[in-house]
Design a protein around this ligand. Structure first.
Ligand SMILES: *[C@@H]1O[C@H](CO)[C@@H](O)[C@H](O)[C@H]1NC(C)=O
Ligand SMILES: *[C@@H]1O[C@H](CO)[C@@H](O)[C@H](O)[C@H]1NC(C)=O
Length: 350
């Protein structure tokens, strides 16, 4: 099996040509059809940065730590919905906004395990001021003048909150699962009301202003691509290799810099990583040091008798480990993804 680490070594050799066969293969192995070309990339959400910095659980790269759900892909989507026109001014209604998140990047084979909406207000004054929020799922879009009837939406959340510089999070797992079918994604409607005491015509601009101007919403999903999960993983051995003569099969250091392969504009982190590779001879007799498979030991034995008919075994990875990557996809979403078999940890004769 060709490891991703191996692909990267190929890529370094052929980096001069624009989009090589090797790069296409590598992008495919990373779950991408083309090299992403972010147009207006936004900031990296703190939650994703945190997961990335915490690192990957090497024994279970298919569990998304921090969320406690199975998964190897986290995506953060920006809201693309417009502010809704308020036809009939309603008392104490500060904001009415459509929310729309394009989940088309989630592939069919992925199992969606978490959907989380974040609502954040960036404002310094009105500390602790109270509001009420209602979140609806839009079930049907009416074309006629956007006049929505209450039949076309379903109330998901109704709750009071204070502006305390804390994000509000809502569990939209069920809804996001539905949205994997794009036709079912009609978005959400968010309404925010000033506290009920401000009745009558006292819906002053000042009361609503922190809501209207400084709202930021995003959706985060965790999903599991089972095709890139080979669980359970073998326990990683802890013993370190003894020094070997330089021409003998062993792990060689190779640092892959994403700038060298022309990926710096869409890969957010890491800037590069230690991929390593295997190189060297597998001579007869194979020692334990060379971690030969039973088959390789037999093959060397046959080779020692009949060198013309049977080649020596090859120096190849015997232990690989995963890494996380943080990148922008073609919709400018921020994606964190765990990839297996990215780093060569040990080599042996196979
Ligand atoms: C979120 O909702 C899903 C399905 O509605 C549920 O299975 C899951 O336990 C919820 N997660 C949390 C953290 O409440
Ligand atoms: C509206 O409320 C503000 C304080 O919240 C108060 O100063 C103002 O007098 C009120 N105006 C009316 C018309 O009630």
């Amino acid at each position: 099996m060709l490891s991703l680490a191996c692909f990267f070594s190929f890529l370094l050799m052929v980096k001069s040509s624009p989009l090589t066969f090797q790069e296409r293969m590598l992008l495919k192995a990373l779950g991408l059809n083309t090299r992403p070309n972010p147009i207006a990339p936004g900031p990296v959400p703190k939650s994703l940065r945190d997961i990335f910095e915490k690192g990957i659980n090497k024994d279970n790269p298919c569990m998304m730590e921090g969320f406690g759900v199975p998964g190897n892909i986290v995506r953060s989507y920006r809201d693309q919905g417009p502010v809704a026109a308020m036809e009939e001014p309603q008392e104490s209604l500060c904001l009415k906004k459509f929310l729309f998140f394009d989940l088309s990047a989630v592939e069919n084979k992925e199992q969606l395990t978490l959907g989380q909406l974040e609502i954040k207000f960036k404002h310094n004054s009105y500390y602790g001021q109270q509001f009420h929020l209602r979140l609806y799922r839009t079930l049907q879009l009416s074309l006629k003048g956007m006049r929505e009837s209450k039949m076309n939406r379903k109330l998901l959340v109704s709750q009071s909150f204070r502006l305390l510089h804390k994000s509000l999070y809502f569990n939209l797992t069920k809804v996001a699962k539905d949205w994997k079918t794009p036709e079912k994604n009609m978005g959400l409607l968010l309404e925010i009301y000033a506290s009920s005491k401000l009745a009558g015509d006292n819906r002053s601009f000042a009361v609503c202003e922190p809501i209207q101007s400084f709202i930021y919403t995003s959706l985060l999903t965790v999903s599991l691509d089972p095709s890139s999960c080979k669980t359970p993983r073998a326990k990683r051995s802890t013993h370190s290799s003894p020094p070997t003569p330089s021409n003998i099969c062993k792990k060689r250091r190779l640092y892959i810099d994403f700038k060298d392969v022309g990926w710096q504009n869409w890969v957010i982190a890491p800037r590069g990583y230690m991929a390593n590779y295997c190189y060297g001879e597998c001579p007869y007799p194979l020692t334990e040091m060379l971690r030969g498979t039973n088959h390789a030991v037999l093959q060397t034995l046959v080779h020692s008798v009949e060198p013309e008919s049977t080649p020596l075994p090859c120096c190849a990875p015997t232990k690989l480990s995963p890494i996380s990557m943080l990148y922008y996809d073609n919709n400018d979403n921020v994606v964190l993804r765990h990839y297996e078999d990215m780093v060569v940890d040990e080599c042996g004769c196979k």
